[in-house]
Design a protein around this ligand. Structure first.
Ligand code: SAM
Ligand code: DTB
Ligand code: SF4
Length: 325
């Protein structure tokens, strides 16, 4: 099956259809998502990616959820771009613990060309270890995108974060269109796209549906779709929003699976605050990827040995990362 075969993949989802899915009786929704999941993936395999913050804090953007913005007051020690050898040491450790993909994140609005040179060295080093590579560096120029591709980058993470309507409530220093433009450049350079969003930021049900629509109606579905539950960080504007009903989160995972049947749907940030049972439900709803390792970028993630024990209890194996073909 081609990764974009017309009989399977749609790019014309409408709000009424997606709302109908998100509000279906829970059992019907989960059954539908699990059925689609099984048609495309081994239901007992979950791909594991490890994250490292290679440049931390002092970011000029004002993303309301993010502890790394210089405009907020989170308790965080800024750190300059890490030396290549330290990054590679960390990647080796992640590989020894069982990660198949190493994701490097930088708190930049957009990188400088000289930053890209160092990031390319990191990508080359991680690839040489036999791991897949992902970076998230903010907005990219065409030249930078090409340099990353030539360096062997497998995935670029750039999230839409929320619906276009709600976006300006959360971020004012760059536009939704800026994000779409970077995603286009990444697609044009033939780098796999990792693109998702955050829920639990005080958005409406329509905003959640419209986020999923924006993702699924991209010209090609992102190969990797991280669904983050907001990690509420003290000192950020969203540090104290009302928590989301866990079932709403599980429904988002299920509908992401239905809309983008061949994509890896990642149960991303927020797992440290989720019960094992809730995570198991997310896997049943079609999530088949996680961030693994004791830290996300700056906040806590479940301990690796806890995740390994959970996989064991669920009979889940960690998978390579292939996109469903
Ligand atoms: N600076 C780059 C950018 O924003 O594109 C890359 C790093 S940024 C930290 C990557 C993503 O992390 C954001 O787009 C957002 O989706 C996610 N993120 C950041 N803070 C979060 C939080 N508190 N809870 C959940 N997700 C968060
Ligand atoms: C994504 O969608 N989630 C990750 C990754 N892509 C870069 C980041 C989550 C960050 C959570 C807050 C923190 O640890 O700073
Ligand atoms: Fe900066 Fe990225 Fe955080 Fe926004 S999400 S403040 S761009 S590090």
């Amino acid at each position: 099956m081609s990764s974009n075969s017309a009989e399977v993949l749609r790019h014309d989802w409408q709000l009424d259809e997606v709302t109908a899915l998100l509000t279906k009786p829970f059992n019907d929704l989960i059954f539908q998502a699990q059925t689609i999941h099984r048609a495309h993936f081994d239901p007992n395999e979950v791909q594991v990616s490890s994250l490292l913050s290679i440049k931390t804090g002092s970011c000029s953007e004002d993303c309301g959820y993010c502890p790394q913005s210089a405009r907020h007051d989170a308790d965080l020690t800024p750190e300059a771009l890490m030396p290549v050898d330290e990054v590679l040491k960390s990647a080796k450790q992640a590989q020894e613990q069982g990660a198949s993909r190493f994701c490097m994140g930088a708190a930049w609005r957009s990188p400088k060309d000289k930053d890209i040179e160092r990031v390319v060295e990191m990508v080359q080093g991680v690839k040489a270890m036999g791991m897949e590579t992902c970076v998230t560096l903010g907005m990219l120029t065409e030249k930078q995108t090409k340099a990353l591709k030539e360096g062997g980058l497998d995935y670029y993470n750039h999230n839409l974060d929320t619906s276009e309507d709600y976006y300006s409530e959360v971020i004012t220093t760059r536009t939704y269109q800026d994000r779409l433009d970077t995603l286009e450049r990444v697609r044009d350079a033939d780098i796999n796209v990792c693109c998702g969003g955050i829920v639990g930021m005080g958005e409406s049900a329509d905003d959640r549906a419209n986020l999923l629509i924006a993702l699924a109606n991209l010209r090609k579905h992102p190969e990797s779709v991280p669904i983050n539950m907001l990690v509420q960080v003290e000192g950020t504007p969203l540090g104290n929003v009302e928590s989301l009903d866990p079932f709403t989160f599980i429904r988002m995972i299920a509908v992401a699976r239905i809309l983008m049947p061949q994509s890896r749907v990642r149960l991303s940030a927020g797992r440290a605050d989720m019960s094992d049972e809730m995570q198991a439900f997310c896997f049943f709803a079609g999530a088949n990827s996680i961030f693994y390792g004791d830290k996300l970028l700056t906040t806590a993630n479940p301990m690796s040995n806890h995740d390994l024990a959970l996989f064991d209890r669920l009979g889940v194996r960690s998978a390579g990362s292939s996109y469903a073909q």
